[in-house]
Structures are given as structure tokens and as C-alpha cells.
Design a protein around this ligand. Structure first.
Ligand code: PGA
Length: 253
């Protein structure tokens, strides 16, 4: 059986200036310094990347961005390229978060180009998928996941997906305090892993890290992480406070 290394990732969304981000890391780093069997990632706003990169140097905490553009450069006001992210110290990039889909009109095709670009540049893509409440109520969850994965990965070869991370984030659970039950999350994760086994190879599917996201907090992380196909968490609200983020990272204790 493949042992997948857990990843606990903080998505800060539009929170924290560079100074606030540095204060956070200074409060966090000692409390997670002994964690050697879990990967840790923080995705701050673009403006905090360079400052954070400097304080993360020499720690066990990785750095991620919340978005990128697929072109290398050009007349794309407000956008940011992989080379810019890498020069700011990023190893990861979140792609296709439901807030980007919902408020900024990101399509599966945009997401497809972004995953392609990120993976070819050796940035680890954290590819977000998930159904809305009405889609779940209509029994459409698996169809939606199938469509999002298929379109998001169209044309991509398994050799480009070696570092891919998938985040299952049911839209109804994001920022609402309504976590999916561990059984609901496990069911979706098992479906996703099976999708990769069918459409790529068993080995890729077995090694794929699938994070759960949606109101993860210190009180529910242990139960979620105990499920067979849950390999980590993508955390919004509870990642903003160093104490609660540290408890999430230390979920084994
Ligand atoms: P939440 O956000 O933990 O605040 O629900 C999760 C996310 O949007 O990634």
C-alpha cells in the first residue's frame, strides 16, 4: 500500500498584510518544528509572498499562491505568472478554488490551462473541485466531480500530474461551519481516487494526495484524517490563527 504523506494547507484568501503574515509565521514555526511526517503549506496574498518566503527559509513550512495565469508574460493586467511566483519563493499554487469559479468567472478550461502551466513549471498544483448544495441535493455530486476533473485535466498526461494535489471542497461547506461528515468526505474522495485509477493508472491514483476542505478545524481534523482516502486538509478560516493552524498540523497528537 502506498503511504501518502499528509499535507495541511492554509488558504488565507484576502487576509493579512506582509507584516501580519510574518508575525503569524514567527508565532507558528516553533510549534510545528518537530513535525517531520506532514507537509505544511501556507498560501498568503501575492503581496505577502516575498516577505514570507524570507521567514520560511530553513523551516518545514512551504509557500503557495492562490492563483496564477497560464501565459508566461504579456498584457494581462492584474495577473501573475509561474516565473513570478517561483521567483517569490512559491512551491505550490491553488487552482480553481470555488470562490474563483463563482466570483471571478473561472471556467474549467481556464483551470485546465493553469494546471498545465503550473505542472510543467514544477509548481505543485492544488486543484480544487466540489459541488454546490443544490447539486448535492439533486444527487449530482459525482457527475459534477467527474465533469470538473475531466475538463480540468483534459489533454494532460500522467507524467505531468506526478505532483498534482486534488482538494475536494464541497461549496456548501466552505466558510459556513457546515463540515461534510467524514463519511460524505470519504465517499467523494474514494470516487476521485477511482476516477484517476480508471482514467490514468492505479499507481498515480494510489499516490495522489486528496485534501478535504470546508470548515476544517482543530475539533474535526482528527476524524477526517482518519479516513482512508483523506490525505490532508485545505483550510481557510482556521488557518488564520497560528494556534489553531498549529493544532491542525499537529493533528496526530
Ligand atoms: P474554510 O475554507 O476552511 O474557511 O471553510 C476552506 C477553503 O475555502 O479552502
Amino acid at each position: 500500500m502506498t503511504v501518502r504523506r499528509p499535507l495541511i494547507a492554509g488558504n488565507w484568501k484576502m487576509h493579512k498584510t506582509g507584516e501580519e503574515a510574518v508575525d503569524f509565521v514567527n508565532a507558528l514555526k516553533e510549534t510545528v518544528a518537530d513535525v517531520t511526517d506532514v507537509d505544511i503549506m501556507i498560501a498568503p496574498a501575492f503581496t505577502a509572498l516575498t516577505q514570507l518566503s524570507a521567514v520560511l527559509n530553513g523551516t518545514n513550512i512551504g509557500l503557495g499562491a492562490q492563483n496564477l495565469h497560464w501565459e508566461a508574460q504579456g498584457a494581462y493586467t492584474g495577473e501573475i505568472s509561474t516565473a513570478m511566483l517561483q521567483s517569490a519563493g512559491c512551491q505550490y499554487v491553488i487552482i480553481g478554488h470555488s470562490e474563483r469559479r463563482q466570483y471571478f468567472g473561472e471556467t474549467d478550461q481556464d483551470i485546465n490551462r493553469k494546471i498545465d502551466t503550473a505542472s510543467k513549471a514544477d509548481l505543485i498544483p492544488v486543484f480544487c473541485i466540489g459541488e454546490t448544495e443544490s447539486q448535492r441535493d439533486a444527487g449530482e455530486t459525482f457527475n459534477i466531480l467527474d465533469k470538473q476533473i475531466k475538463n480540468g485535466l483534459e489533454g494532460l498526461l500522467s507524467e505531468n500530474l506526478k505532483s498534482l494535489v486534488v482538494a475536494y471542497e464541497p461549496v456548501w461547506a466552505i466558510g459556513t461551519g457546515k463540515t461534510a461528515t467524514k463519511e460524505q468526505a470519504q465517499e467523494a474522495h474514494a470516487f476521485i481516487r477511482e476516477w484517476f485509477a480508471k482514467n490514468y493508472e492505479a499507481e498515480l491514483a494510489q499516490g495522489l494526495r486528496i485534501l478535504y476542505g470546508g470548515s476544517v478545524k482543530p475539533s474535526n481534523v482528527k476524524d477526517l484524517m482518519a479516513m482512508e482516502d483523506i490525505d490532508g486538509a485545505l483550510v481557510g478560516g482556521a488557518s488564520l490563527d497560528p494556534q489553531s493552524f498549529s493544532q491542525l498540523v499537529n493533528f496526530k497528537q
